[in-house]
Design a protein. Structure first.
Length: 99
C-alpha cells in the first residue's frame, strides 16, 4: 500500500509518502519512500517520484485516499530541456546606399 507516514514535532506535521505493507503500523518500517508532503507551507508542497509510484502500482500496490488526491492534484513537472527556445532576431538586410 502507498500511504502517508507522519513525521515532525507535535502540532507541526510533515509526511512521507511511503510504500508499506498494509498491516504494518502507520509509522512502521516502510519498503520505500516515494515522496514527501508538507501541509504547513502555503500552498502545501508535494514532491513525488512518479516513476516509482507507477512501478509499485503496477506491482499491485494500492493508493490510500489521501495519496490518490495528492497524486491527482500535483501537476507533472516538465523537464527543463523541453522548454521552447526564445525567438532568434531576424537578420536585417539593408539596401546599399548610392552615394
Amino acid at each position: 500500500m502507498i500511504r502517508l507516514s507522519r513525521r515532525g514535532a507535535r502540532k507541526q506535521p510533515h509526511y512521507r509518502i511511503v510504500v508499506i505493507e498494509k498491516d504494518r503500523a502507520r509509522d512502521g518500517r516502510s519498503v520505500e519512500v516515494v515522496g514527501t508532503y508538507n501541509p504547513r507551507t502555503n500552498p502545501a508542497t508535494v514532491d513525488l517520484k512518479r516513476e516509482r509510484i507507477q512501478y509499485w502500482t503496477a506491482k499491485g500496490a494500492q493508493l490510500s485516499d489521501r495519496v490518490k488526491k495528492l497524486v491527482e492534484k500535483t501537476p507533472v513537472a516538465t523537464p527543463p530541456s523541453a522548454s521552447p527556445e526564445p525567438p532568434k532576431p531576424e537578420p536585417t538586410t539593408e539596401a546599399p546606399s548610392a552615394a
